[in-house]
Design a protein around this ligand. Structure first.
Ligand code: AHG
Ligand code: MN
Ligand code: MN
Length: 335
């Protein structure tokens, strides 16, 4: 059994020996992602010194102006993963089409979808950003994957994780048997197990939502937040606290550590898009992690991981975190 202080390499290797279905290939694949994240951590840390801050001149498929670091970190992920032989294809927030493996490199059995830099609006103000990834199996017999092969429900994920580049760089991982957190020891260049078996408390008095969108929300969402704000004087009879970092990685990390509910609801400004956060590389991997830690994740109407995806960049409403609060929001959507 892995102990505090175990390196991520030892941890994944021991997990591989313990759980049927875990393979040496998965161990090696995760090590490659860990290397990419270490490189990104280094770049994020040196953004100012290396002149990597600010906007690029391009827009991504979402119509968002890209930060220079969005493009650089996307390239780091692609360059670290496209030669390893583990992936048959990749999908990134920053690239419209799926990314094929170069012809001169071997193709593997897995697909990866990633957000190379989450919360990139925070880069220039020196707040936490991160990297999110989701691993799926490439359907059997497919050697030239297309978008269709990525269209698997979140329940099919074999592994998901995210890295948060904050005061410490941390990697949070699940392979479907709980959630573990590792802290990068920059002196030795290794992630060390510091947060074993992360679990989300069922109850919370802390919510995270971008309140400036209040007037665009649906009625069940407005009702839930109204009741939180009324505090001890309202029907909830308790006071709530609020946080909004605008980096999903930082919010989910907080929820994993001390509980809470994180919400990016559908609103009538973004209703044609289905929401703000992207299913394949934000909502699904975070939902897998949150559920593995004992929390819940829903759109308000259905479990996120049971949504049949229709596009790599599809957006969905996200309500995740402490079980009893998420259940309450779901019940408001039902009534
Ligand atoms: P990204 O930087 O990858 O585009 O993602 C940002 C996301 C998410 O991390 C965060 O929760 C949300 O957008 C913040 O949105 P607002 O700026 O609307 O608050
Ligand atoms: Mn993001
Ligand atoms: Mn991003």
């Amino acid at each position: 059994m892995s102990k505090l202080g175990t390196s991520i390499t030892q941890f994944i290797t021991e997990q591989q020996r313990t759980y049927a279905g875990s393979t040496a290939e998965m161990t090696s694949l995760l090590s490659d992602i860990v290397s990419a994240c270490k490189q990104i951590s280094h770049l994020v840390n040196r953004t100012g010194i290396m002149g990597l801050g600010g906007y690029a001149e391009s827009e991504n498929i979402q119509g968002e102006v890209q930060k220079k670091l969005d493009i650089i970190t996307n390239d780091v992920m692609v360059d670290h993963l496209n030669w390893t032989g583990h992936f048959a294809a990749m999908a990134s927030e920053e690239i419209e089409e799926i990314i094929q493996i170069p012809d001169d490199q071997p193709k593997g059995q897995y697909l990866i979808a990633f957000d190379p830099l989450d919360g990139s609006s925070n880069i220039d103000i020196n707040l936490s950003v991160g990297t999110i990834f989701s691993i799926l199996r490439c359907p059997e017999g497919i050697t030239e994957p297309t978008v269709k092969d990525f269209m698997q429900k979140g329940t099919e994920q074999v592994c998901a994780g995210f890295c948060v580049y904050g005061p410490s760089t941390m990697m949070i991982l699940t392979t479907g048997s709980g959630v573990n957190g590792f802290t990068l020891d920059s002196h030795v260049g290794e992630f060390i197990l510091t947060h074993p078996n992360m679990t989300i408390p069922e109850d919370t008095a802390e919510f995270a939502i971008n309140m400036s969108n209040y007037r665009f929300w649906e009625q069940p969402m407005q009702r839930y937040i109204d009741e939180c704000i009324e505090g001890v004087d309202g029907s909830r009879e308790k006071n709530f606290n609020m946080r909004w970092v605008a980096s999903m990685v930082a919010e989910v990390y907080r929820v994993l550590t001390r509980g809470g509910i994180f919400i990016y609801p559908i609103d009538n400004k973004a209703s044609t898009q289905g929401g703000k956060l992207r299913l394949m590389y934000e909502a699904n991997p975070m939902s897998f992690i949150v559920e593995q830690a004992g929390g819940l994740s829903s759109t308000g109407r259905e479990r996120i991981m049971e949504i049949q995806p229709e596009g790599v960049h599809q957006r969905v409403p996200v309500i995740l975190g402490s079980k009893n609060e998420v259940e309450r929001v779901i019940s408001y959507h039902k009534s």
